[in-house]
Design a protein around this ligand. Structure first.
Ligand code: GLN
Length: 252
């Protein structure tokens, strides 16, 4: 099968290697004999884009300036994106992209950037630009009924409130706001998170979980992917868990 991805605003929303998430998905599909087809969406493409025809809609993270610039264009696609999400298209959003799917983002200049309002959460940044959640983060989430640690890097001024179904529980770092117990937002076909990394290279099980959802939906019956050799990834994860979780600092 060929997985079709719509990568929205790759030229504006791409912090700390977020585009690497796309390379990761492409690689992990190829290793299982599947194809990957990516379309880049840039400002003005709304009218010609059939959002529902994609298997995954992806937005990376971005600075306040870029978020402000693209907000109007994103809003003009609201109905189409809503239909795609309701039809089960998988939505993966990182940081700035996560914020823009909520009700609004009040940025560090106090400017309110309207969000798509797909979800009920909203985000407010301190106007003191030095007040940011920065650093490594580890959360615990559920993947196929099993607990899985997700590791990444966060750097955001925005504090997200009113998250009803978080992506995970914070075990190291901040999460949705300073000292938060929770991180990100999740639904069956939605993962929105503050974790850069890129997220999927550091957390291969999460990548496969997203791919299995997509392939199962396409095929109309459950798909389970054969494991890949993730020994290097596992070793890298162990080093970081040891460093962060055994240090005591910032640990919950
Ligand atoms: N500009 C947003 C904030 O500072 C998002 C940053 C990001 O995507 N890393 O909260």
């Amino acid at each position: 099968m060929t997985v079709k991805v719509l990568h929205m605003y790759p030229n504006m929303l791409d912090l700390y290697g977020d585009s690497g998430n796309m390379e990761l998905l492409s690689y992990r599909l190829k290793m299982r004999g599947h194809g990957f087809e990516k379309t880049s969406y840039t400002i003005g493409d709304g009218a010609k884009t059939d959002f529902e025809s994609y298997d995954l809609i992806y937005l990376g993270g971005g600075a306040d300036f870029e978020q402000q610039l693209l907000a109007e264009d994103l809003l003009s696609c609201k109905d189409k994106i809503l239909r795609a999400y309701k039809s089960g298209v998988f939505m993966l959003m990182i940081c700035g992209g996560y914020q823009l799917m909520g009700k609004y983002y009040k940025d560090s200049n106090g400017k309110k950037i309207p969000g798509l309002g797909l979800f009920d959460y909203y985000t407010v940044a301190s106007t003191n630009k030095r007040e940011r959640c920065i650093g490594n983060i580890v959360i615990e989430t559920d993947i196929g009924g099993k607990k899985y640690k997700v590791i990444g890097f966060e750097n955001h001024g925005g504090m997200t409130e009113n998250v009803k179904t978080p992506f995970g529980k914070v075990i190291f770092g901040n999460g949705n706001k300073f000292g938060s117990e929770t991180e990100g937002y999740r639904e069956k076909n939605v993962i929105a998170t503050y974790l850069h990394g890129p997220l999927l290279s550091k957390n291969p099980k999460l990548a496969d979980h997203i791919l299995e959802y997509i392939l199962s939906r396409k095929q109309g019956s459950p798909v389970s992917l054969k494991p890949l050799n993730d020994e290097l990834e596992s070793k890298a994860r162990e080093v970081m868990f040891k460093r962060l979780l055994e240090s005591g600092k910032n640990k919950k």
